[in-house]
Design a binder for this molecule. Structure first.
Ligand code: NAD
Length: 488
């Protein structure tokens, strides 16, 4: 397939340039299995150095970016949001080509998240004040929020556009300069962003894009010129990034990692609402979402009715699986052959080893492309792979429970703690559980959703630190205390 030449280049210092590293990766269309390009550049040491040098120049004292007054930085972020909006169909289509998720619902929600993040953080720019304390003891104290310098965002393939908003918007709002490293599976949209950076009018070196694979990510994570890495991806890579950060310059790390999010449905829940959130929270983007509602617990009194409606809704989803380019379809293929083989092997082993009972789905949908019917396993064994591990595909485990104490113990006994949901009409129970769940986010009568104003991230092995809200700005700044002695 012919891609415009700039898509096969790096975006450094406001210019599209050829990659100095000769290594390339290939990307495929998961709807057909066909090759999209075998020429995706993998930024190597010289390319990474060039971007970091440009970033350092952009961040140097007296530079255009450092001198820029708040209202102008605000206008830049708002302009970028507008440019994203003007180009949303193209960006979404470049993402879809190698991710496979149809525009509605997933592609649309992704680009809207990115646009929303830039507008939300633009609003913060002239309101992100530090602190001051009175000179009651003769010392006036000021705490300033200082930007860190050159920061990098290393992002996964499953939400590439939204991740740009979550990472670049607060980094730039706080006054840093930003290098984006997209996943090697979904690099096309990121490569296109350079054109939008130019159109919005960012100074050179402020917002750069380096495509590449894990080797490029590792170069950034271990580089002495990078002050912080905001990483989203798997637990294993997150740990590797933190080790590289510690072994180099102790750069700051925010880690948004995996999940196995429990949705707990009590007897008094609104059935239709619980079913709708639990189905969409698992099938959206074919289950390839970090906070997918992938462990469902249902109280015994509502269990049969819930299961029937949930299963019917899963089976109805089969009618909207299909070509992501066709607007009639809501669910596309999983991202690539490796992901397809991994998920199908997990399903096959789960059946063979009787890890749980497969009641619907789990089969390949067509002979072409990487489509999988959403699958429900009942009563998984507590030590089963499908019960404990993140599958990152359209596979859910459904469990029956009796008491609140029992379900709390079961839902918290996971190495993950990204999100939990409780479905009940009893406000006391909802508040009790939202405090008792060991997770970074809790939904009451909802799950698998986020809000710009509120921190997002996980406890335990789901990560470290938070994105969104003021928390992201704090994570992209270093507090600096200034003590003014007035006693002389
Ligand atoms: P991944 O860890 O394989 O890759 C993520 C990114 O890290 C990619 O850009 C990759 O090139 C890069 N990378 C790989 N090796 C690296 C290394 N040694 N050093 C630095 N960078 C390296 O993850 P993935 O398969 O792209 O994404 C799926 C995972 O991401 C799932 O586990 C999912 O739960 C998680 N995820 C979490 C969130 C969240 O916010 N918590 C959101 C989306 C995805």
């Amino acid at each position: 397939m012919d891609l415009e030449s700039h898509i096969l280049q790096l975006f450094i210092n406001n210019k599209y340039v050829d990659c100095q590293n000769k290594k390339k990766v290939s990307v495929y269309n998961p709807a057909t299995g066909g090759l999209v390009s075998d020429q995706i550049p993998v930024a190597g040491p010289d390319d990474v150095d060039a971007a970091i040098h440009a970033g350092q120049a952009a961040f140097a004292p007296g530079s255009e970016w450092r001198q820029m007054i708040a209202s102008e930085r605000q206008r830049l972020l708002l302009r970028f949001a507008d440019v994203l909006e003007d180009n949303k169909e193209r960006l979404a289509s470049l993402t879809r080509l190698t991710l496979g998720a149809p525009y509605v619902p997933f592609g649309k929600s992704e680009i809207e998240t990115a646009i929303g993040c830039f507008r939300y953080y633009a609003g913060w720019i002239d309101k992100f004040a530090g602190q001051s304390f009175p000179a009651d003891d003769g010392v006036y104290k000021i705490v300033r929020n200082e930007p860190l310098g050159v920061v990098a965002g290393i992002i996964p393939w499953n939400g590439p556009l939204a991740s740009v908003g979550l990472k670049a918007a607060p980094a730039l709002a706080a006054g840093n300069v930003f290098i984006l490293k997209p996943s090697e599976k979904t690099p096309l949209m990121a490569a296109e962003l350079g054109k939008l950076v130019l159109e919005a009018g960012f100074p050179p070196g402020v917002f750069q894009v380096l495509t590449g694979d894990g080797s490029t990510g590792a170069l950034l994570a271990s580089h002495m010129g990078i002050a912080k890495v905001s990483f989203t991806g798997s637990v294993a890579t997150g740990k590797a990034v933190q080790i590289l950060a510690a072994k180099s310059n102790l750069k700051r790390c925010t880690l948004e990692l995996g999940g196995k999010s429990p949705a707990v449905v009590f007897d008094d829940a609104d059935l239709a609402n619980a079913v709708r959130w639990c189905v969409n929270g698992l099938t959206n983007n074919s289950g390839q979402i970090c906070f997918a509602a992938s462990r469902v617990y249902v109280q015994e009194g509502i269990y049969d009715r819930f299961l029937q409606a949930y299963r019917e809704a899963f089976e109805a989803k089969r009618r909207v699986i299909g070509d992501p380019e066709d607007v009639r379809f809501e669910l596309g293929p999983v991202v690539d052959k490796a992901q397809y083989d991994r998920i199908m092997n997990i399903i096959e082993s789960a059946e063979k080893e009787q890890q749980g009972t497969l009641v619907t789905g789990g089969r390949s949908f067509t002979s072409r492309g990487y489509y999988i019917e959403p699958a429900i396993f009942l009563d998984p064994k507590p030590d089963a792979f499908i019960y404990k591990e993140e599958i990152f595909g359209p596979v859910v485990v459904v469990n029956k429970f009796k008491t609140e104490a029992e379900v709390l113990e079961r839902s918290n006994s996971s190495k993950y703690g990204l999100m939990a949901g409780v479905f009940t009409q009893d406000i006391n129970r909802a508040l009790r559980l939202s405090s008792a769940f060991d997770s970074g986010v809790v939904g009451v009568n909802c799950i698998s959703t986020i809000h710009f104003s509120c921190p997002f991230g996980g406890t335990k092995e789901s990560g470290l630190g938070r994105e969104l809200g003021v928390n992201a700005l704090l994570a992209y700044t270093e507090p600096k205390t200034v003590l003014i002695n007035m006693n002389y």
